[in-house]
Design a protein. Structure first.
Length: 408
């Protein structure tokens, strides 16, 4: 038996079948060219190729001297057999001109194909970069032609991949929950090993499978600063900031998950800590932060591998920023000087978006097997007084609100 060289299958392959011609007393061997038995014509370059010991040089048939270690010949399949044992050749050993013994061999060019199928989901076809999300699901199928007796096994180079029927031609599989290290790109394979019955030959098909999860985020903007006009300490509402950041979730190689990985029944998710870190020295503003902040403290779907984050302090009641002393309304004392804080994330803290993968059973995975979820952002926020002036209406102020993006 010899396997078909099908270079369309990704991954390493060795399609050569070794033959060793050796006899204790012969010094020559005569090897006939293999033929395709149904029509008697040569099989060389039609169904098989033959190589010398170097696996590169075309084998020379006919009368050959036998080295002490034996004469080595390699066959490689070029075209699938139509039926079992449809290729054969004969050989004869000689001592000088005296024929000693001989024999023949029949064989089959076996074509083995392995196929992985998984849904793109919100991501990309698996075949684009051979990537799929951790804990995702797929199907593996094998075809073996001609269908000669065999056994087979599916497995992955890294522990954790589960196959529902690892010894069947068709099986479902679930990926491990650990991402592929960055230095192992296209080096970990799902392998199909087929052992042909009655031989020691194993035909192997290997397909690189890279397991990904959101490890980084990308936003084209580095941040935004908005400034109000001059504000008086009277009734009314003010808009401090209203902007939208749209983050692209990236894998461990910095590639868009949406454009590079099959989601395969898993989802990307994210949550933020803004309620834990956003502060204000002004009681009324702090009460709004505690009771009315619109945020995502729990993991929510980052649809299509993207995250939309609207930063909005809109229609804030100015009376929250003021006080009444002796019947005269003014801004609270801390806001009557440059640098006065309306609200901020203190410099020792950051606004963090954490990322994960949610599998089809609702379980969350960080990518490294721990509960330490990757940080997509470590952003800063401040809304402070930038200018102060005295007018006939009293102290007037302008407020700068800055949100800065940092994607580690």
């Amino acid at each position: 038996m010899v396997s078909l060289n099908n270079d369309r299958d990704p991954g390493p392959e060795d399609n050569l079948r070794q033959f060793v011609f050796k006899h204790p007393s012969a010094d020559f061997v005569y090897i006939e060219k293999p033929v395709y038995i149904p029509d008697g014509r040569t099989a060389i370059n039609r169904y098989i190729k033959a190589y010398e010991k170097d696996k590169t040089t075309s084998f020379v048939f006919g009368r050959r001297r036998l080295p002490a270690t034996g004469l080595i010949m390699y066959f490689e399949g070029k075209r699938r057999s139509r039926r079992v044992n449809d290729i054969g050749f004969e050989f004869q050993y000689f001592k000088g001109k005296k024929a000693l013994c001989g024999g023949g061999a029949q064989g089959t060019v076996v074509e083995v194909k392995g196929k992985l199928t998984m849904s793109s989901g919100s991501g990309a076809p698996f075949t684009r970069q051979n990537k799929m999300l951790i804990a995702a699901k797929g199907k593996a199928s094998a075809t073996i032609r001609p269908n000669i007796p065999h056994t087979l096994r599916w497995h992955y180079d890294v522990a954790g991949m589960t196959f529902t029927a690892p010894n069947a031609k068709q099986t479902n599989f679930t990926a491990p929950s650990i991402i592929t290290p960055t230095n192992r790109l296209n080096q970990n394979n799902i392998k199909l090993e087929v052992k042909l019955q009655g031989t020691n030959q194993i035909i192997e098909i290997a397909t690189p499978v890279n397991l990904t999860s959101p490890q980084h985020m990308q936003e084209n903007r580095t941040g935004v600063t908005t400034r109000t006009g001059w504000l008086r300490a009277n009734r009314g509402r003010i808009n401090l900031i209203n902007t939208l950041f749209q983050y692209e979730l990236l894998d461990q190689w910095g590639i868009s998950l949406r454009q590079g990985s099959a989601f395969a029944k898993s989802q990307t998710r994210a949550r933020e800590n803004i309620a834990q870190v956003l502060q204000s020295p002004i009681p009324g503003v702090m009460q709004i932060i505690r009771n009315n902040l619109n945020h995502s403290p729990n993991f929510t779907a980052a649809r299509n591998g993207r995250l939309r984050d609207r930063i909005r302090v809109y229609r804030l009641n100015k009376l929250l920023l003021t006080q009444v002393i002796q019947g005269r309304r003014s801004f609270v004392t801390s806001l009557q000087t440059v640098g006065g804080v309306i609200a901020n994330v203190p410099p020792t803290l950051t606004h963090i978006w954490e990322m994960c993968v949610r599998d089809s059973r609702g379980r969350l995975h960080s990518g490294d097997g721990t509960a330490n979820y990757p940080h997509g952002t470590e952003n800063s926020f401040s809304s402070t007084v930038s200018s102060v002036r005295q007018t006939s209406f009293g102290t007037e102020i302008r407020i700068d609100t800055t949100y800065t993006v940092n994607t580690p």
